[in-house]
Write a protein of this length. Structure first.
Length: 434
């Protein structure tokens, strides 16, 4: 299936809602810094507010994701977006309030819509045929990278050119538009089978290696974004190049997402693809630490960006195959929390290291942390796949002969129907044996 076939009215409506719902998320950290930077200790307060916002996201995403009603999620998503919009609007209306009040509003802004990205991804894949899942998620990745590329420029222009509160007020308006836009989308998504809360939690816990690899991928993004200005100063390169270099990383990521979706399948299983690509991105970020000129740093960042998006897509597709349909939105929400935690931990580590070591050394230490996470995730993936193959073989041995005969005698149409209705466990085992 080609990208052109995604240009349907439901997918276009989904795209509009995604832009309105996710642009505030991308704008939030920088907007919070600009909001209070002119107060005494403004930059430190801005960092605290941004941390409160991220904590709200990390804590709320799995909690709210587990509570989503797959077939009737719209009221829950609307409530979450409304809470987030209220938090952002409050920050814009009372920028001079006590820091505790501002932190509480930032926490609400992060927590309210925390389950929305995962739910919107589940809705998107329900709007397209199964064979188009890779293209749909590649399109989503391109859209999100475009949003993240535009957000800093938008925040900076409005905060410096109009007023620091304007970005927050705009974020509140966008949240309200996203609430209204939900009524142009399905009320939820269909699931092949419903699971109880305990079985969903077990499935989510079992997928922990995928979350670890997700956190590893975002540690690299944090290193690229947060240490790059200091690294440029260390190299004697104008700090103004930081924005252009990071834009190159984002553009490379968008191109990588597009290229990944051009093929229905790539060599290797999805977990292996994700592992190899994360290692390649880590190598690119490590090169950034040692290259001497802005031109070579730009080449390394663009190359890392080209591979960053496919690595993320492979992880999300692997998670989609690993989890039962009833747990998908919760799984995407847990992944969202995991990558946010990876970003936060890497950012905190980088900030601490910059006080005692050179920026280039801080980047290499961060790459070492990524390598440790990749190793842990790879070992977990290997154990998980072994268990799933063994469970499938045990199930085949315990299968009644009458069922085997019925299966062997099924018509092509019945066989296709049975395969389409198969569990995600079957899909994962098929991938292992390819």
């Amino acid at each position: 299936m080609s990208y052109r076939e995604l240009a349907t009215r439901p997918v276009l409506a989904w795209s509009a809602v995604t832009v309105a719902g996710r642009l505030p998320i991308a704008m939030a950290p920088l907007a919070l810094v600009f909001l209070v930077r002119e107060r005494p200790g403004g930059y430190s307060l801005g960092a605290v507010l941004a941390a409160a916002y991220v904590i709200g996201e990390i804590v709320a995403a799995p909690v709210l994701g587990l509570r989503l009603n797959a077939e009737h999620a719209r009221p829950q998503l609307a409530a979450g977006l409304a809470v987030g919009a209220a938090g952002f609007t409050g920050l814009g209306l009372v920028p001079g309030a006590h820091p505790v009040v501002l932190a509480a509003l930032a926490l609400l802004g992060g927590a309210g819509p925390a389950a929305v990205p995962g739910a919107l991804r589940a809705i998107l894949t329900s709007l397209v045929p199964e064979r188009a899942a890779t293209q749909a998620m590649s399109m989503e990745s391109m859209l999100v990278f475009g949003i993240w590329a535009a957000a800093p420029t938008l925040v900076t222009g409005l905060a410096l050119g109009v007023d620091p509160a304007v970005p927050l007020l705009l974020m509140g308006v966008l949240g309200g538009l996203a609430v209204a836009g939900l009524w142009t989308l399905p009320s939820g998504w269909q699931q092949a089978a419903k699971g109880d809360g305990a079985s969903t939690r077990r499935a989510l816990l079992r997928a922990w290696p995928v979350y670890v690899l997700g956190a590893a991928g975002l540690t690299l993004l944090a290193l690229a974004e947060l240490i790059l200005p200091a690294l440029l100063e260390q190299r004697g390169i104008g700090i103004g190049w930081a924005g252009l270099l990071l834009a190159g990383f984002s553009i490379g990521s968008a191109v990588g997402a597009f290229a990944y979706g051009l093929r229905a399948g790539w060599p290797g299983t999805l977990p292996v693809q994700s592992l190899v690509l994360v290692v390649a991105v880590a190598s690119g970020v490590a090169l950034v630490a040692v290259l001497p000129s802005a031109a070579w740093i730009a080449v390394a960042l663009v190359a890392a960006g080209l591979l960053q998006a496919p690595a993320s897509l492979a992880r999300n597709l692997a998670l989609r195959e690993l989890l039962p349909p009833s747990a998908l939105a919760a799984g995407y929400s847990v992944m969202y929390a995991a990558v946010g935690a990876g970003y936060a931990v890497s950012g905190t580590l980088a900030g601490g290291l910059l006080k005692v070591v050179a920026p280039s050394t801080a980047i290499l230490c961060g790459v070492g942390l990524t390598g440790l996470l990749v190793l842990i995730g790879a070992v977990g993936e290997r154990r998980l796949l072994r268990e799933r193959v063994r469970e499938r073989e045990d199930g085949d041995r315990g299968r009644p002969r009458s069922q085997e005969a019925a299966s062997d005698g099924a018509t092509p149409g019945e066989a296709a129907s049975g395969e389409a209705a198969g569990t995600s466990d079957d899909a994962a085992v098929r991938n292992v044996r390819r």
